[in-house]
Design a protein around this ligand. Structure first.
Ligand code: GLA
Length: 390
């Protein structure tokens, strides 16, 4: 049974009627552009085939009831009359994401309908492939359609980001939600995170995307993510007296950085160097892809990983092992950590015919060191969120 059938069946069993709407919202992998979105730079994600599926129908009691198949059928219920901000003292729970979406929508002046919901997904949870953005975008798409709110794609992505920033308490950028909303089949999304303009770049044929999940999980909201973001702001504040035109690290050219890096303490110098060089890698990488130079593109993925490891310091040994093992396999173009880091997944770009070989080598190398297997799966650049039936 596929996920769509599972959520439809479960909805009928639990609520005793048919759903009125079925929504799909994908996760994402980011091929280049680590930690540059909140610096208003460029990123190059694709939505994944793996997605969250949601079945819902309206109710008239002012209450939202949600069953999460992936959490052993756990249920959450909340009244739309009473939607306080999140209690930041507690750990983030799965139900905080839909609750946060309702809270953000209501604060934006949108009416939120009372609904019964069942949802499930095959995006690995908390693994850097945007399971939370997929949930947010699935609920946003549902409430937008059911309440005829008329929100456009960009507004949906922005509301998803606000859910993270204002409700969950993670100062994340817009990449994940933007990709989940705007992606298109067999395309990569080149997004300028300042102007929020994007360009779709055809995904090269005969090429595959593999994802290797280290199985290491870190609670993103409790991680170093927010610290990295403030370090970038600090670097800008220290550079601005010397480079008055800059607003974010995106505005610092490689030459200007070389001339002014000595104004920064060593730690901030490393952080800024990563972001500034990574911005250039994304723009160069997009050009290489358009020219079909996958070897050149893969080299940039590798540099991106090394920079995330050495300069931005968001990698862990498990991710380094997966990436460096992939680099050595014939037919692999490139591999790097995807998402925030500190755990989660490596994304690998390879010749389609090299996938099995890669998976085998990754299993062997990982087992030898960590005595367990990584979870390896294939994905395709998929469509963004859609109402699949209503
Ligand atoms: C997480 C955040 C994104 C982005 C990446 C790092 O996925 O949600 O906004 O910053 O980390 O590139």
């Amino acid at each position: 049974m596929n996920l769509r059938q599972r959520v439809e069946n479960e909805f009928r069993n639990r609520f005793g009627r048919s759903p009125e709407i079925i929504v799909r919202a994908p996760g994402r992998v980011n091929l280049l552009g680590a930690h540059v979105d909140y610096n208003e730079g460029w990123v190059l994600p694709a939505a994944t085939e793996q997605a969250v599926w949601l079945a819902a129908a309206a109710v008239d009691n002012g209450v939202v009831t949600i069953r999460a198949i992936d959490f052993d059928g756990a249920e959450a219920t909340f009244s739309l009359e009473d939607l306080p901000p999140r209690d930041n003292a507690g750990p983030v729970s799965w139900s905080d994401y839909p609750r946060g979406v309702a809270w953000v929508l209501r604060n934006a002046g949108c009416s939120v309908s009372a609904i019964d919901v069942v949802f499930a997904g095959d995006v690995p949870i908390g693994a850097g492939v945007s399971s939370s953005a997929a949930v947010e975008v699935a609920f946003l798409t549902t409430w937008n359609a059911m309440g005829r709110l008329g929100l456009n794609a960009l507004q949906l992505a922005q509301l998803g980001q606000q859910t993270e920033n204002q409700y969950i308490g993670l100062a994340s950028g817009i990449m994940d939600q933007f990709a989940s909303v705007h992606a298109a089949e067999n395309q990569l999304v080149l997004l300028d995170c300042r102007t929020l303009q994007h360009e779709l770049i055809p995904f090269p044929s005969q090429t595959a995307i593999l994802v290797a999940d280290s199985g290491v999980r870190r609670e993103l909201a409790n991680s170093e993510y927010n610290v990295r973001r403030s370090q970038c702001d600090e670097a800008v504040a220290l550079l601005r007296p010397h480079l008055p035109h800059i607003r974010t690290l995106r505005d610092v050219s490689l030459d200007d950085f070389e001339l002014n890096a000595h104004h920064l303490p060593m730690l901030l110098r490393r952080r800024a160097q990563h972001v500034i060089q990574e911005c250039n890698r994304v723009l160069n990488g997009a050009e290489l892809l358009k020219r079909g130079d996958l070897t050149g593109f893969g080299r940039l993925m590798r540099q991106s990983h090394m920079s995330s490891r050495d300069l931005y310091e968001v990698s862990i040994p498990e991710l380094d092992l997966l990436a460096s093992t992939a680099w050595e396999v014939e037919g692999c173009y490139g591999a790097r950590l995807t998402g925030a880091g500190f755990g989660g997944c490596v994304v690998i770009l390879s010749e389609a015919c090299a996938m099995d070989r890669l998976a085998e080598k990754l299993h062997d190398a990982y087992r030898a060191v960590h005595s367990r297997s990584p979870r390896i799966f294939h994905t395709r650049a998929a469509n963004g969120a859609r109402v699949m039936a209503s």
